[in-house]
Design a protein around this ligand. Sequence first.
Ligand SMILES: Cc1cc2nc3c(=O)[nH]c(=O)nc-3n(C[C@H](O)[C@H](O)[C@H](O)COP(=O)(O)O)c2cc1C
Length: 177
Amino acid sequence: MTDTSRKVLVAYATWAGSTAGIAERIAGVLNRSGFAAEAVRAKEVRDLSPYGAVVLGTAVHAGKLHPDALKFARRNAADLGSKPFAAFIVCLAMKGSDEKARATAGAYLGPVRQQVKPLSEGLFAGAYDPQKLDFVSRQIMKMIKAPPGDFRKWDEVEAWAASLAPLFGAGQTASSR
Ligand SMILES: Cc1cc2nc3c(=O)[nH]c(=O)nc-3n(C[C@H](O)[C@H](O)[C@H](O)COP(=O)(O)O)c2cc1C
């Protein structure tokens, strides 16, 4: 189905690409659930009117979400409040996925919540590949002795994406939360 109510935007903001991979996986799961979902860089999105639901995903650097994600949430706050909206964060704090990790990662989404409260929040571990980073970022990661690796847990990503289908299908909005 490709009518507006089944069209889902998975907007993402990334530095090194791991968030893009997660956004694409989420879009894939939604497509298999009967939606017409597409993953698009947040800064490339001009108009939300074609979409019946929106997911926003962002990476984190130094405790702050990607500026493109924040701009997207600010620019589209009114529209996002009138459609089913979910958000996810990608960070290395979630390598642990215990309560402390979830609290840290959940706090990163605060600035998005201030604009519009998501119906659901996904908290995911990301990846660190020094070759995909600039010199300064690499030095920071060396200083904190972060081990390189891809820590994305695809089963958790897919389970969260599947949990969005009924929320999006039910047409819930900010006003019904
Ligand atoms: C310079 C730098 C700072 C980071 N700061 C944090 C942080 O404060 N908290 C955290 O949990 N992860 C942090 N990370 C990990 C990233 O969020 C993680 O590598 C994520 O997967 C990056 O997403 P991307 O590949 O889409 O850019 C940092 C990574 C870098 C390179």
